[in-house]
Design a protein around this ligand. Structure first.
Ligand code: SAH
Length: 209
C-alpha cells in the first residue's frame, strides 16, 4: 500500500504533467525522490505543495515546477555528466541524479552543502558530488558537462566560466534577471532561448555574502 508521501508525489507529478512537463525521465525521477527528506522538519508537511520553501540561511528549495522545467530544459540524456550551481537543499541534484549518469553540484554555504550531502548519502544517491565554493567558477577539472543548470539568478548573463565548461551542443539553463525576478533562459551554441518568467534567489559571486 502506498504511503502518504507516495500519494502526494504521484499527485505532484500529475500536476506537473498538466502544467506542460512531458519529459518522462524527469517525471519518473520526481515520482521517486522523497522531497520531504530535503526540507527542514518544520515544513516537511508542505513538501509537496507547488511552492518554494525556506531551507535556512535565507535560501529556498525551488518549487517543483521550476525544478522540473530546468531539468527538462537541459535536454541531456541518461549518460550525461551534468553540473548544477546552487545545491541548496540537494533536492534538484537528487532529481538530476535519477535522470543522468553523474552530477556535480556546487553550493556556496558550507552548512547547506553539508546538509545536502548527508540527505543524498542517506538515500544512496551516490552519483552526486557536492562541492562547497563559488559555483560561478564551475568545476573545470570535471568539465566538459553535457548540461549545466544554474538554480540562482544571474544578472544579465550566465558566468562565462560555465559556458566554457559545456560540451559541444550542450545547453546551460539559467535564470537571468534582477532583484529576484527574470527569465529562465537556455544558452546553447551562442543562442539564448527564453523559457518563461521566474523568480529565484540571486547568484552571489566573488566575496559578497
Ligand atoms: N537547487 C536548489 C535550489 C537552491 S536556491 C534546491 O533544489 O534546493 C539557490 C542556491 O544557490 C542557494 O542555496 C544559494 O546559497 C546558492 N548560491 C547562490 N550563489 C551561489 C554561487 N555563486 N555558488 C554556489 N551556490 C550559490
Amino acid at each position: 500500500m502506498a504511503g502518504r508521501a507516495d500519494r502526494e508525489r504521484a499527485a505532484m507529478v500529475e500536476r506537473l504533467r498538466r502544467r506542460g512537463i512531458s519529459d518522462e525521465r524527469v517525471l519518473d525521477a520526481m515520482r521517486q525522490v522523497p522531497r520531504e527528506r530535503f526540507v527542514p522538519r518544520d515544513v516537511a508537511g508542505a513538501a509537496y505543495q507547488d511552492n518554494p520553501l525556506p531551507i535556512g540561511l535565507g535560501q529556498t528549495i525551488s518549487a517543483p515546477l521550476i525544478v522540473a522545467l530546468s531539468a527538462a530544459a537541459m535536454q541531456a540524456g541518461p549518460d550525461a555528466h551534468v553540473l548544477e550551481i546552487g545545491t541548496g537543499s540537494g533536492y534538484g541534484a537528487a532529481v538530476l541524479s535519477r535522470c543522468h549518469r553523474s552530477v556535480v553540484t556546487i553550493e556556496r554555504h558550507p552548512e547547506l552543502a553539508d546538509r545536502a550531502r548527508r540527505a543524498l548519502e542517506a538515500l544512496g544517491y551516490d552519483n552526486v558530488e557536492v562541492r562547497t565554493g563559488d559555483g560561478a567558477l564551475g568545476a573545470p577539472e570535471r568539465a566538459p558537462f553535457d548540461g549545466i543548470v544554474v538554480t540562482a539568478m544571474a544578472e544579465d548573463e550566465p558566468p562565462p566560466a560555465l559556458l566554457d565548461q559545456l560540451a559541444q551542443d550542450a545547453a546551460l539553463v539559467c535564470p537571468v534577471g534582477h532583484h529576484g525576478s527574470g527569465t529562465l533562459t537556455r544558452f546553447r551554441g551562442g543562442r539564448a532561448e527564453d523559457l518563461g518568467a521566474v523568480a529565484f534567489v540571486p547568484l552571489v559571486t566573488g566575496g559578497a555574502t
